[in-house]
Design a protein around this ligand. Sequence first.
Ligand SMILES: Cc1cc2nc3c(=O)[nH]c(=O)nc-3n(C[C@H](O)[C@H](O)[C@H](O)COP(=O)(O)O)c2cc1C
Length: 316
Amino acid sequence: MALRTAFTDLLSIDHPIASAPMGGSAGGELAAAVSNGGGLGLVGGGRGERAWLERELAIVTARTSRPWGVGFLAWAVEVSTVEWVLDQGPAAVMLSFGDPGPFAARVHAAGIPLIIQVTDLDEARRAVDLGADLLVAQGAESGGHGGRRSTLTLVPAVVDLVAPVPVLAAGGIADGRGVAAALVLGAVGALLGTRFQASHEALVDAEIVKAIVGGLGADTERSRVLDVARDSGWPARYTARVVTNSFLDTWRGREQELERDVDTRRAYREAAARGDLAVVSVWASEAIDLITEVASATELVRLIAEETERAFTCAT
Ligand SMILES: Cc1cc2nc3c(=O)[nH]c(=O)nc-3n(C[C@H](O)[C@H](O)[C@H](O)COP(=O)(O)O)c2cc1C
């Protein structure tokens, strides 16, 4: 029994599961593997680095004939880059963090679904005004950047606010029980990020995968410290959930001081370039307790879909 929802119908896919467009780590291999498993694989276009996108979109188009998409950071990407990607045949484009306004008409003109990830109700209202075909309501349990609301409360509030526009849940979902919970909350599926970081196909350093698989949710926190340290340019309202490290312990609550401390930030960037895990950002979900092994993303989609169906069977 496959679970059909407005999401699986909209994208013509088998399972109500999407992989997050994680900048730099969700390349063509990962997106294709997720799509081949029957979910929606999203390439992490991030800020829109053209050479990276050319390489990874060539991979995804070669590896799958199923629908795939691309996601971007709205605060950082150029309209011309999104236009170029639209010519490469994605089945959907997703925009997160910042104002998606400049891109909406272009995506609609390409005749494909516009997906907008939101972190609160104001962003959800704006997404609907722009004609989003699908929203992702992202809670603060999520790995990487995001807002302050919890998934359990944000998802149904967004569902009610934007109905009949469909909504995916994101943030702290790493198995079929989480996807089933998302469906019960009124979502039409779930978007998972960190779970797919620990897959064979993600472009992630082995040490980072080890930190995710061996880590606990209690070892993660939302913070701006590492963004300040690396001069990332991220808008201050979006903190990132990371695995706590000694640099964070030293600078927690001292972000303004760190902004003024040029030498420490230079030393940070040098240590991060060496991959020193005492400083580097390991973006990870509060759900890492549930991630205990590295797996193939295609298998993960099938397994999570089965778990989702079983969760409903057991509940009745
Ligand atoms: C390593 C990492 C990188 C991410 N990069 C992006 C990104 O570039 N663009 C984006 O829209 N979301 C990004 N996200 C957030 C995801 O879209 C998604 O909301 C989040 O992973 C869901 O929470 P989960 O990690 O608990 O599954 C990232 C998440 C992680 C873990």
